[in-house]
Ligand binder design. Structure first.
Ligand code: GLU
Length: 416
């Protein structure tokens, strides 16, 4: 089955919640159309001397609740509709955890795995220059996403600063500490997922130490989640995967050793003592917590029936289709939706931005403490709504988030 258009999924999610909240069509139209969309086609000099034209996007969905915020991804599949969906999800994510931001997202269609560091740097600097008219520390603040990292953020900070003539650390988050980054940002998404899983295990009365986890994806989010679920919750990580395939070891894996193996060989597969499995098989493993932390739409109507985890914690954005949501809910599986579960990343981004604007930096202990408070409170709020409305956690999170954004839109009114 072909992938559904993610923007279509994002629209349907809002329409469904709009019906429950009794929203008028006018406001649904405002919520389902991004406020501002920029497409840029720009040339980059490649190492062999030829010039390649790349296409990039920056979409700002809504800024009723504050400046726009969201990552930049580098991936061959990046399209305008994907970036639109991701920008909408950022709006709901920021509202779900109570950050004073609206949502945005950016992306460049490219294959970073086949590009040299110099090519990536030149592409990044030119892309940022192209989207400069619509970004700024009080307008729209980018961050890392799929295949972009702290180094890319440092180039973004430098490019913007060079244009304005002074250093502006608050233009981007997810930077290295030495250029205004925050303690704990690198692992923040995974730490947020870990806190969310901890809360879910507690309300479901499941003992942490006898719980098992399977994690799909071994990028920044997947690998750190595997590590923290083991180290901080004492769970046994029995399967992990990356884009080349997965590994299964019922006795448990040490994520740090797997990380080393991936660094040496390029992939988690063929890890000594583990059995190789496919990414599809990983999703269907018998475990307590399944963390899809790779691509969109991996749990669909085709495989949802075979998911055996008791909790699905969405590390990726949009890994579960609308039909699969219903199947999982009917099976009694608790799904922790992306806009709640992976919001730790943007939460520490917010902390980083606040620190940058004040030029006053916090300790790691303070970051962890504040993140724990934000995630625990957001989980409790969403869980209470799910119970009260007798619905799933995603619908509950959407009800809260959409309602918060609608309130802001109504209070501000329609200009002029
Ligand atoms: N890309 C991350 C996300 O999808 C983080 C965004 C940010 O920190 O602004 O939530």
């Amino acid at each position: 089955m072909g992938k559904t258009n993610p923007y279509q999924v994002a629209i349907e999610q809002v329409q469904k919640v709009g019906e429950i909240l009794g929203l008028e069509q006018d406001i649904i139209d405002v919520l389902t159309k991004p406020k501002r969309e920029l497409t840029v086609n720009f040339p980059v000099k490649m190492d062999d001397g030829h010039v390649k034209v790349f296409t990039g996007y920056r979409v700002q969905h809504n800024f009723a609740r504050g400046p726009c915020k969201g990552g930049i991804r580098y991936h061959p599949d990046v399209s305008l509709d994907e970036v639109r969906a991701l920008s909408m999800w950022m709006t709901w994510k920021c509202a779900t955890v109570g950050l004073p931001y609206g949502g945005a997202k950016g992306g460049v269609a490219c294959n970073p795995k086949e590009m040299s560091k110099g090519e990536l740097e030149r592409m990044t600097r030119r892309y940022i220059t192209e989207i400069m008219p619509i970004i700024g520390p009080h307008v729209d603040i980018p961050a890392p996403d799929m295949y972009t990292d702290a180094q890319v953020m440092a180039w973004i900070m430098d490019t913007y600063s060079m244009h304005v003539g002074y250093s502006v650390p608050g233009i981007v988050t997810g930077k290295p500490i030495s250029v205004g980054g925050s303690e704990g940002r690198e692992e923040a998404t995974s730490r947020g997922i870990t806190y969310c899983v901890r809360e879910a295990l507690t309300v479901r009365n499941i003992d942490r130490k006898s719980s098992t986890a399977a994690v799909q994806g071994f990028g920044n989010v997947g690998w750190n989640t595997a590590r923290l679920l083991k180290d901080e919750l004492g769970m046994k990580v029995i399967a992990v995967s990356d884009s080349s395939g997965g590994i299964h070891a019922p006795a448990g894996l040490d994520p740090i050793n797997v990380y080393e193996h991936k660094r040496r060989t390029g992939s988690v597969v063929n890890f000594p003592g583990a059995q190789n499995i496919t990414n599809e098989e990983l999703l269907e493993i018998d475990c307590t917590v399944l963390v899809p932390a790779a691509m969109e739409e991996v749990i669909t109507a085709d495989n949802a029936d075979r998911i055996r985890a008791r909790i699905v914690a969405e590390g990726a954005n949009g890994p579960t289709s609308v039909q699969a949501d219903k199947i999982l809910y009917d099976k009694g599986i608790m799904l922790l939706p992306d806009i709640l579960c992976n919001a730790g990343g943007v939460t520490v981004s917010y902390f980083e931005w606040v620190q940058d604007l004040q030029f006053l930096f916090w300790s790691l202990a303070e970051i962890k403490n504040r993140l724990d408070r934000v995630m625990t409170y957001a989980f409790a709020r969403v869980y209470a709504t799910a119970r009260a409305k007798r619905t799933d956690m995603r619908t509950a999170a959407y009800l809260l988030a959409v309602d918060d954004v609608v309130k802001a839109i109504r209070l501000r009114g329609i200009y002029p």
